[in-house]
Design a binder for this molecule. Structure first.
Ligand code: NAI
Ligand code: MG
Length: 328
């Protein structure tokens, strides 16, 4: 992508620490990118009663993608999640979470590809006084596009299709479409029931490569998997659509540690690497990931993964390694 335009949302809490840290790393790459700051979230809600406005959406539409920190949920029962509005608005159908052990304590290295627009989170619910029906929507088109995306990540790797087709008819469709698309792409696949997959993920996470699954299953399995590799401070994610995407650390605004220099910037920096890869800056994405590994292996880390360094000390160290590696 030539001259990408990136909307930057720091958001609230540690978003205001980890996003600037990641932008320091972006700046060290000397790429031709334009950053457009957008102030949405809890702060905006306190001032105006709205966390996001139509004008913010216009700014997002004028950009190629969004780099997002975290937003605190306002104490308002009428509040509609900003992230869900953005996911719906831009039809960001694929939620991607790489689960890679940057602490090098294991060989865990797999990616969860979660369908992000339908399934149990279709929003179609019928509420009666004594019963509530939540509708699980699985469409052929939804299955085809998430399966195709998963296959694009699975070249030379094994695809695990996770479902509950022994109970749910909607999972028959999901499983069958995923198998068809994998076969069409010449991808080696296996399928697994979601309960068995949860069990195997805990016992033997190193056996997995690419997992494709439906919305609710993916939501649960990806948080569980984060616990396998050092926690929220290192987990990156992407929300991908046909021609738009949002990249964000998995964690929230962490008010318990905000403004104290304790936030691990690695989740945000690995999300930056995912964004670079998405728009074709492959060499730079590789350089950022290699620098993160190197700095972690030298023990330059924040307390959540066992170190004594601050957010900026970790970010500065990563910037230095990136600069050295790109210079040679
Ligand atoms: P959280 O992810 O903010 O924090 C959970 C725990 O992990 C806390 O103890 C925190 O200190 C720790 N932690 C998180 N990120 C860390 C990092 N980078 N380095 C070191 N430690 C880290 O989740 P929580 O506490 O449930 O939510 C706090 C606020 O964030 C809420 O208002 C919630 O709605 C919002 N949130 C926003 C998200 C988003 O914008 N995508 C995602 C999750 C929560
Ligand atoms: Mg986040």
């Amino acid at each position: 992508m030539h001259h990408p335009k990136i909307a930057v949302v720091e958001g609230d809490g540690i978003g205001k620490e980890v996003i600037p840290a990641a932008l320091q790393v972006l700046d060290a790459l000397s790429l031709d990118v334009e950053k457009v700051p957008v102030e949405i979230g809890y702060g905006r809600w306190e001032r105006t009663g709205r966390a996001i406005t139509e004008e913010d959406f216009d700014i997002f539409r004028s950009c190629d993608c969004i780099f997002f920190g975290a937003i605190t949920t306002p104490p308002d029962p009428e509040y509609r999640s900003v992230l869900i509005q953005i996911r719906r608005g831009f039809d960001l159908y694929a939620n991607i979470r790489p689960i890679k052990d940057v602490t090098n304590g294991s060989n865990i290295d797999f990616t969860i590809v979660r369908e992000n627009t339908e399934g149990m989170y279709s929003g179609i619910e019928h509420v009666f006084p004594d019963a509530v029906y939540s509708t699980r929507v699985i469409t052929r088109r939804g299955c085809e596009r998430i399966a195709a995306y998963a296959c694009s990540l699975a070249h030379k790797k094994r695809l695990t299709i996770v479902h509950k087709a022994n109970i749910l008819k909607s999972c028959w469709l999901f499983r069958d479409v995923c198998i068809d698309i994998a076969d069409q792409n010449g991808i080696q696949w296996e399928d697994m029931l979601v309960d068995a997959a949860a069990h195997r993920l805990v016992l033997d996470p190193e056996r997995f490569e690419v997992i494709v699954t439906t919305n609710l299953f993916g939501d649960i399995l990806s948080d569980m998997s984060a616990a396998l590799i050092g926690g929220l401070g290192v987990c990156a994610s992407a929300n991908i659509g046909t021609d738009y995407a949002l990249f964000e650390p998995v964690h929230g605004s962490a008010p318990d540690i905000a403004s104290r220099g304790l936030a691990n910037p690695i989740a945000a920096i690995m999300s930056l690497a995912m964004m670079l890869r998405w728009y074709g800056a492959i060499r730079e994405a590789d350089a950022v990931e290699a620098a993160v590994s190197e700095v972690v292996s030298r023990g330059i880390t924040t307390p959540d993964i066992g170190g004594r360094c601050s957010t900026t000390e970790v970010a500065d160290a990563i910037v230095r390694v990136v600069e050295e590696n790109l210079a040679t």
